[in-house]
Design a protein around this ligand. Structure first.
Ligand code: BMA
Length: 838
């Protein structure tokens, strides 16, 4: 192909039109806010209320520049392209004083021919970033669109920049800017691989046919196509997951379509349903003499994925179908991991996805109000078996279609579809977040808009973008919006077709016992405060009251603090301090989501998926996330590990607090399971009052009601009702697989005793084992370390017997050498009773 000259590294930058002429250094890839922080020009925007001051700095223009050398040989190339993998967002690019291009879309990869601007010796590139804040403010003044999502600056829909950067109901208004991905010059001397498209055809169980199409770019001046010229060969090599060669084929120019059969394929499965074997496809482009001109490599998981919308007895199912098997989708919605993009790293993203797999997720929805994640996000999802529901980057906005907008959205979609289409994890493309629903149900804030915008909606999401996708990926399922019943404003959030967003619990304040029957709940959620340690990261001691200015600023849903208190009033006693309030809010969040998930899993068949809102945070904040900004698992994430376990149990009350209980076993694996379950009724000092057991087989991909019980003879008595509980256990052989408990009164009326916890710690080669015992029944026992952040094998658990619970911690989770004594010293244990008793 030729040489690639990276322009990453140190750049200079300055504010345009500033009263001073200070020039600072910056790091590329990077962002303005990161560079301001590095130069100590601002304080951290996440600290207290710094957000607003830093936001206003985004109301200026900034010039970035650097010099770079070009040699005589470089100039002898037949073409040179400037390749920008991510420019955020409104940028004018000049080389040696000449305007090369202007950009306005952070989701695109730009390639500009630049040979004519280059000179031998020293060259200078300058990129002027115009203020995104001014752009959207001006747009808002000039256009007739009145809608923006809660917390988001109006006018943002007109700019192809991640919407959340302008604020959301969980995110700050910090529309940063800069060269946030690689920037380089490619000198083209010889033919190069321009594009590779691989399709899988699963003929039968024993054969997968890979159809590989290679597009080669000729070494003529960029943009020109000329027939003839050099001849070349392409070599395709496929290796199996163990690295052994499966096949190697060479073809000459003119016939760059390969078909390879992989015999006895090792299939890729989502997490919980099988392994994730990855084959490797390597392509080399060679000249006649056998010299390598260019290479391409990708990993492939062999699988089919589609979404079944077949009719069923309720309406139409919505079931992600992998290798012909309809799976019950379990996961959450992913939002961008930060407002300051330099803080998103491969390590941090990989850890987040490992945390999803550890909590038994098999899917993430990449929500449309952000930006397309980096390749390493999808690589990790391939490895961990996390299917990706990929929204296109549109959400909660009114879009005006014009020529520039159309060009950008088509090109950005093609760029990203080409980049992502080979990933095993890719399950479906989805047009946008909630806009079909908004138009169809005439959301109050959409009323009064000119009808052209509704027509533009249809053109964009039901014609222009599906066509752009199909041009690059004719296999992956396309869904016009979320929620949707298939498009055309046909009852998008209808409960028995397509997917649903259910926000009556939370936004409408309904109790979580209201979770009804859905075909696939792709959004529903419940807020909580992050752990006190996270609160401490953005507050002074005096701020730590949820109604303080600082705390309210880190709570972007205006009605939320009141809602949390309301729901607490329903279930728990008034917490004694802010720390306990945060703890109780997390338990409520866990209870709320668990209630929904367990209900839908019991309705397996009618319902085929749950993706709760939301997995993560982009800054330290009170939100719907199950993992906070610093990667700390909230109670919900530990809960998810239990309620998303493929093989597990659940307790179904006839109605909340009823003594008539049904007990269920769930098997979402592909193997039949043999198991034993037992129910006990106990008092709070662990005395067994009644018990029953069941043993049997459970077919793959099924749910079964294994027992029922009527506890009314105990619970009729007022005093007994508030001191007995039922525990339900699942065993595989001798192994205790899962345990659930149920009360017959709300926790605020239960007669908890505040115990002295008996903690003992032992160690083995790689782990510490912490046993917590108590003399009485304890609920939602939380363990945390004052000075360390670790993931416990279980947390927010109940103690239901004198043996207590033993949890494990990986030694490598600690940054320093630990001993069982130090563990004991640093560990904090608390449960519900401690939240109100001092
Ligand atoms: C959903 C999302 C987001 C929002 C969340 C919580 O509908 O799509 O717009 O953050 O609700 O309100």
């Amino acid at each position: 192909m030729g040489k690639t000259q990276s322009l990453n590294g140190v750049w200079e930058w300055q504010q345009e039109g500033a009263a001073h002429d200070a020039i600072y250094t910056g790091e590329v890839p990077g962002t303005l806010i990161s560079d301001m922080l590095r130069n100590k020009l601002i304080e951290d925007p996440y600290w207290r209320c710094n957000e607003y001051e830093v936001r206003e700095l985004m109301g200026m223009d900034y010039l970035y520049g650097r010099s770079f050398p070009v040699s005589r040989e470089d100039l002898e190339c037949s073409g040179a392209e400037l390749v920008c993998a991510g420019l955020d967002t409104i940028a004018s690019i000049c080389i040696n004083g000449c305007l090369v291009a202007e950009t306005r879309d952070m989701h695109r990869t730009y390639r500009f021919p630049i040979k004519e601007y280059l000179q031998e010796g020293k060259n200078r590139i300058e990129i002027l970033f115009r203020s995104p804040l001014n752009f959207v403010r001006k747009e808002d003044e000039e256009n007739d669109i009145l809608y923006a999502s809660t917390g988001c600056i109006r006018g943002n829909a007109a700019l192809r920049k991640a919407h959340y950067m302008f604020g959301w109901d969980w995110g700050p208004q910090l529309p940063d800017m800069g060269i946030f991905r690689d920037i380089a010059i490619e000198y083209i001397n010889t033919a190069k691989i321009e594009d590779v498209h691989i399709r899988q055809e699963h003929e039968d169980r024993d054969n997968v046919r890979l159809k590989i199409e290679i597009k080669v770019k000729q070494p003529f001046s960029c943009g020109e196509s000329r027939v003839g010229g050099q001849s070349w060969f392409a070599e395709v090599e496929i290796t199996d997951p163990e690295g052994k060669p499966v096949c190697k084929t060479v073809r000459s120019s003119g016939e760059l379509q390969f078909e390879e059969i992989i015999k006895e394929p090792e299939l890729w499965w989502p997490n919980g349903l099988g392994e994730q074997p990855l084959y490797k496809v390597s392509i080399r482009l060679l000249d006649e003499a056998g010299t390598s001109l260019d290479t391409y490599e990708c990993r492939m998981g062999l699988r089919t994925v589609t979404v079944s919308t077949d009719k069923n007895e309720y309406g139409n199912e919505f079931a992600i179908t992998v290798n012909g098997i309809r799976i019950f989708t379990m996961g959450a919605n992913y939002i961008p991991e930060d407002n300051i993009l330099t803080r998103v790293t491969k390590e941090r993203t990989e850890r987040l996805i490992e945390d999803c797999a550890a909590a038994n997720f098999n899917c993430l929805r990449v929500w449309g109000g952000g930006y397309y994640p980096d390749d390493y996000f999808y690589d990790k999802c391939d490895e961990e078996g996390i299917l990706v529901w990929q929204d296109l980057m549109f959400g909660c906005n009114v879009y005006a279609l014009n020529d520039n907008f159309e060009e950008d959205i088509v090109e950005e979609t093609k760029d990203n579809v080409r980049r992502l289409r080979h990933h095993a994890c890719l399950a479906l493309w989805c047009g946008n977040n909630e806009m079909e629903w908004g138009w169809a149900d005439e959301w109050a804030r959409l009323k009064g808009h000119h009808p052209r915008y509704k027509a533009d909606y249809t053109k964009i999401f039901e014609y222009i973008l599906p066509r752009a996708i199909r041009a690059c990926d004719d296999i992956t399922f396309y869904w016009p919006s979320s929620p949707s019943s298939g498009g055309a404003f046909d009852n998008p959030n209808g409960i028995n077709r397509g997917d649903q967003h259910y926000w009556e619990v939370w936004h409408s304040g309904k109790p979580f016992t209201e979770y009804g029957d859905f075909s696939f709940c792709s959004e529903y959620g419940f807020q909580s405060f992050p752990h006190s340690k996270t609160i401490a990261s953005f507050t002074l001691l005096k701020d730590r009251n949820i109604f303080s200015k600082v705390m309210e600023s880190h709570q972007k849903n205006p009605a939320a603090n009141g809602k949390i208190l309301n729901y607490i009033a329903d279930y728990f006693l008034y917490p004694k301090d802010t720390d306990s309030l945060a703890y109780i809010s997390q338990i409520l969040q866990l209870k709320a989501i668990e209630y929904g998930v367990e209900h839908w899993r019991r309705k397996r068949g009618q319902c085929m998926g749950s993706l709760y809102w939301q997995l993560n945070d982009c800054w330290p904040v009170a939100s719907w996330a199950s993992i906070d900004y610093y990667g700390r698992w909230k109670a919900l994430h530990y809960g998810a590990r239990r309620f998303y376990a493929p093989f597990t149990i659940s307790i179904g009350e006839e109605k909340e607090l009823s003594p008539h209980i049904s007990y269920y076993v769930h098997n979402d694996t592909r193997e039949e399971e043999r198991c034993r379950t037992e129910i006990q009724l106990k008092d709070h000092e662990f005395r067994v009052l009644w018990e029953k057991a069941w043993e049997g087989g459970l077919p793959a991909l099924s749910v079964k009601k294994c027992m029922e019980a009527d506890f009314s003879s105990w619970t009729d008595d007022e005093a007994a009702r508030s001191s007995v509980f039922s525990v339900f256990r699942l065993y595989r052989g001798e192994e205790l697989v899962a345990e659930r408990t149920v009360l017959f009164v709300k926790p605020k009326h239960f007669d908890y005793k505040a115990p002295a916890y008996d903690v003992s710690v032992s160690e083995s080669d790689h782990s510490f084992h912490i046993t917590v015992k108590a003399a009485c029944f304890c609920q939602y026992v939380e363990l945390y370390f004052k000075d360390f952040d670790v993931i416990f094998s279980d947390n927010f658990f109940d103690i239901t017997s004198p043996e207590g619970i033993t949890v494990h911690v990986n030694k490598k989770d600690f940054e320093c050498h630990m001993t069982p004594e130090l563990i004991k010293e640093n560990l904090v244990v608390r449960s519900v009773a401690d939240s109100y008793k001092s």
